[in-house]
Design a protein around this ligand. Structure first.
Ligand SMILES: Cc1ncc(COP(=O)(O)O)c(C=O)c1O
Length: 379
């Protein structure tokens, strides 16, 4: 048996912040279009896989193609840094600081480099050297792998930025830190907008189901909040997916409390981008009120997703999907192929009419690990 647990959300649909509306997020889309590297990322239409799994459609947004950076994250960091730079006399003199498990830091370093500025990046204990190196190779950036878990590295980076008079550009918020993370979350909505338009051009008015993976939940909350505005009358049935060992959105939903629940310690998972124990307080209410389900999944679930996307059926396009990108597809695959999970499949209402949208949020950000998984025997 795979490690999978799914619980129902409250679906009270109460808290839908205005900053995620189609109008409020338009400036982020306009900003992204000004970047020379901007292209819509592909939406892979996996027709043969859909047939095999007995559903109407499976569409995978391939964020490995974003800005040549192998992940979606720079959508957020670049927009936030552009907003900070609006208030700088000379943006090239500023220093941008963040904590990251890889992808966000790469985006921040890239956006700083575009301004001729410097970035200082702190990574949690256990971060892969190849992911640190991918950041170091961009512009004038300094990268340190700390001995802290992700959430403590965030607090450390915040203090460090404050002490030195640098800009703290974090993809999660706290009581006294809201504006920048909200810009970052708005930045993520660009990929949701693109996907909605790409689906429309394929004749799909609306996805019936959405799978969104979460670390702190900024991406999942940003995309779900945007879709709750965009598909106002009937948002997709959304499942938030997390690693088994560090499922802070799942635990928060399970608690039934209004506020979030944190998960501490030093959890281990191959889904490095999702290894975060404290929900972003500004996207948590969206997930609390609009997520239909929360799922926690063992690492084998994302391995199955990575392999399935790497070895497509027939003329379906291949998608290079890394450890933090493929858990939704892995979960869908298992629910539809393993009779032991039929109850969960029924609970989610997945059937022959389902049109499913998944965001593959990174490519092979650990190239060696990726190759081993997609070519290996082990599930
Ligand atoms: C590839 C990838 N997918 C998803 C996420 C999750 O985003 P969030 O932390 O906003 O939940 C991350 C976070 O770093 C990531 O790197």
């Amino acid at each position: 048996m795979k490690k999978i647990s799914i619980i129902e959300g409250k679906l009270s649909k109460k808290c839908l912040p205005e900053y995620l509306s189609v109008e409020a997020t338009a400036p982020a889309r306009e900003f992204h279009k000004t970047l020379p590297e901007y292209r819509k990322t592909p939406l892979a239409n996996l027709k043969n896989l859909a047939k095999e799994l007995g559903v109407k459609g499976i569409y995978v947004k391939d964020e490995s193609k974003r800005f040549g950076l192998n992940a979606f994250k720079a959508l957020g960091g670049s927009y936030a840094i552009s907003k900070i730079a609006e208030n700088e006399d000379d943006p090239s003199k500023a220093v941008y600081v963040t904590a990251t498990d890889g992808n966000h830091g790469r985006g921040v370093a890239w956006a700083a480099m575009k301004l001729g500025a410097r970035a200082e990046i702190f990574m949690p204990v256990g971060s892969m050297e190849c992911r640190a190196e991918a950041i170091r190779s961009i512009g004038d950036s300094k990268v340190e792998i700390t001995d802290m878990n992700y959430d403590d590295a965030v607090r450390f980076a915040a203090d460090y930025a404050k002490k030195n008079g640098y800009h703290f550009v974090q993809d999660t918020g706290s009581e006294d830190y809201e504006e920048i993370p909200n810009y970052i979350t708005q930045g993520y909505s660009t990929m949701a907008f693109e996907a909605a338009k790409q689906l429309e051009s394929l004749g799909v008015e609306k996805p019936s189901h959405l799978f969104l993976q979460a670390g702190v939940g900024s991406m999942a909350g940003g995309v779900l909040g945007f879709f709750a505005h965009y598909y106002k009358k009937n948002p997709p049935i959304t499942t938030v997916c997390e690693p088994w060992q560090v499922a802070c959105i799942y635990e928060s939903i399970k608690s039934g409390n209004d506020g979030p629940t944190n998960v501490g310690g030093f959890p281990k998972t191959i889904m490095a981008g999702l290894n975060c124990g404290e929900p972003n307080p500004f996207t948590w209410p969206v997930l609390r009120d609009f997520a239909s389900f929360a799922a926690k999944c063992g690492d084998d679930v994302t391995r199955i997703g990575m392999k399935t996307l790497a070895h497509p059926l027939g003329d379906d396009p291949a998608v290079v999907s890394g450890e933090s990108g493929a858990v939704g597809l892995g979960l869908l695959y298992i629910l539809c192929t393993d009779p032991a999970y039929a109850e969960y499949k029924n609970l989610l209402g997945i059937d022959e009419n389902s049109e499913i949208l998944i965001f593959s949020t990174e490519g092979d950000t650990d190239p060696e690990g990726y190759k081993e998984i997609v070519n290996g025997e082990e599930a």
